[in-house]
Design a protein around this ligand. Structure first.
Ligand SMILES: [Zn+2]
Length: 494
């Protein structure tokens, strides 16, 4: 790239990027100040701030979004009771995308072709919007557009909340040290888009930050991390569990000062396991593509809700409130930060339970527990063991993250509603949602080819992939839909 002398002086890729960074910093500073003020305020002041933000977001949605105007036609104008407003789902919003957004220049068709091009990850849309996509556990991929204020709120929440974790030195970018982001990095996913955006706007961060793909074989990832020697690692809990195993086995030779995870629930036993393997704290961030940074882990392992910028309503399957202490069937999320794509009482699908006691850390924000998102890790025979070379010690079983399986299927076949079940150490059963037998057979061929190729690249011995003619199903007991699951005893023995 040609370097403009002004850009070189400013330390940015272009004067335009420098202006965006200045704007971003200014907004971040303003919101960080508001967050600190909220933290210091008494409960009555906080409640008033929340109420004002909720009322303002509803009013904005009703006046600027054709979808919400219609959706709320039965609700009396000016009603401030959030529960009076009917919930929304991803399917509903994506079907009416062009009416949902409040900037009429945003068009679903154009955005879908934008997110289909991996070369454009983190490019600003219309000069100011940040766009990401999300895999569809509900079968419908989402496209999410964030305005500059929403992004600044998310960043300000991260920088403010990190202090709750008790280790500000571990804050990414706060000091010297290398950062490693281990994630799905080959598509427009929220994590990599946010990461890449920061790298572009703040060149000093870019020098110390590197992203690593979860889609590569684990030994390759371990070798890359050993070479990079990160001081800070950010990833999903399941990936952290795998890395902790590699650290204990002595193959991963890194000594980070801080770990950060998000994207999936973190079980207390996994937390202890990971912290013990790395000898440092892991800080948890509960967020979703629809609303980043909803809650943040404190030193006591609880998740504190960022209730100044998000409303979470734990509800049952009929959207009736669930009392604190009980796990909900789903949760309705209201994002108070993003005005370009209002998200009000959105059915997120996660099961959460609000804690009934004050947290010993002293933070007065409500705390909650999130049930794990529930997909299983595939555990397969390594290719060498299958050839009869077992016992050499190098042939550890091959563990495959559910998120990696989902990403490969979605990205390579554009099929979102599927269910893959490991029924035996070497058998995977696939259920697909398709219109008719012909479509099902064709979809199966595509998924089978993509999956076989991927599993082979990971060093797994060949497995049989079978088509199960039944449609994907929810767990009859929990009602949860899992896309990757392992039947009891079907794991290959490690
Ligand atoms: Zn706490």
């Amino acid at each position: 790239m040609e370097t403009n002398p002004l850009s070189a002086f400013l330390g940015a890729a272009s004067p335009w990027e420098w202006l965006r960074a200045a704007d971003d910093l200014w907004r971040w500073g303003a919101y960080a100040h508001e967050i600190r003020a909220y933290d210091r305020a008494d409960e009555a002041t906080r409640a008033a701030i929340r109420q004002r933000r909720v009322a303002s977001m509803i009013e904005h949605a009703r006046s600027a979004s054709a979808f919400y105007r219609e959706h709320y036609r039965q609700v009396a104008p000016g009603s401030i009771e959030l529960a009076a407003y009917p919930p929304v789902t991803r399917k509903m919003l994506m079907a009416r995308f062009d009416d949902w957004v409040t900037d009429t220049r945003l068009k679903k068709a154009e955005l879908l072709s934008f997110v289909a091009d991996p070369a454009r990850i983190a490019d600003p849309w219309l000069g100011k919007y940040t766009v990401w996509t999300s895999s569809g556990t509900t079968g419908v991929p989402g496209v999410y557009v964030q305005d500059p204020d929403a992004i600044a709120v998310y960043t300000a929440l991260v920088t403010s909340r990190f202090e709750l974790g008790g280790d500000t030195a571990a804050l990414p970018g706060s000091g010297s040290g290398r950062l490693a982001f281990v994630a799905a990095i080959d598509g427009h996913f929220a994590g990599i888009v946010s990461w890449e955006r920061q790298r572009r706007l703040y060149p000093p961060i870019a020098l110390a930050a590197r992203a690593f793909s979860i889609l590569q074989p684990l030994p390759d990832l371990v070798a890359q991390l050993n070479e990079w020697q990160p001081d800070f690692i950010s990833s999903y809990p399941t990936m952290m569990t795998l890395l902790a195993g590699e650290r204990r086995a002595g193959r991963l030779a890194v000594s980070p000062h801080g770990l950060w995870c998000g994207g999936e629930g973190l079980a207390p036993s996994d937390r202890a396991d990971i912290e013990e393997a790395f000898g440092c704290r892991i800080v948890e961030d509960y967020g979703a593509s629809e609303c980043m940074n909803m809650a943040f882990g404190c030193g006591h392992g609880r998740l504190h809700l960022n209730d100044d910028w998000v409303v979470l309503e734990p509800v049952d399957e009929n959207h009736r409130p669930v009392p604190a202490g009980e796990p909900s069937a789903t949760v309705l999320v209201t994002n108070l930060a993003n005005r370009v794509q209002p998200l009000i009482r959105y059915d997120l699908g996660d099961s959460v339970s609000l804690d009934t006691t004050m947290c010993p850390c002293g933070c007065s924000r409500p705390s909650l527990r999130v049930e794990g998102r529930g997909d299983d890790m595939l555990v397969l025979e390594p290719v060498h063991a299958a050839r009869g070379a077992r016992g050499g010690g190098r042939d550890a079983v091959v563990r495959i993250l559910p998120l990696a399986v989902e990403t490969v299927i979605e990205e390579e076949t554009d099929i979102h509603l599927f269910q893959l079940t490991q029924t035996a150490p070497d058998i995977l059963c696939l259920r697909l949602d398709a219109d008719g037998e012909h479509a099902r057979a064709s979809a199966f061929r595509r998924v089978k080819a993509a999956l076989s190729r991927f599993l082979q690249q990971q060093g797994a011995a060949p497995v049989r992939i079978e088509l199960d003619p039944l449609p994907p199903e929810c767990n009859p007991v929990s009602g949860k839909f899992r896309r990757v699951r392992v039947l009891p005893g079907a794991h290959c023995r490690s």
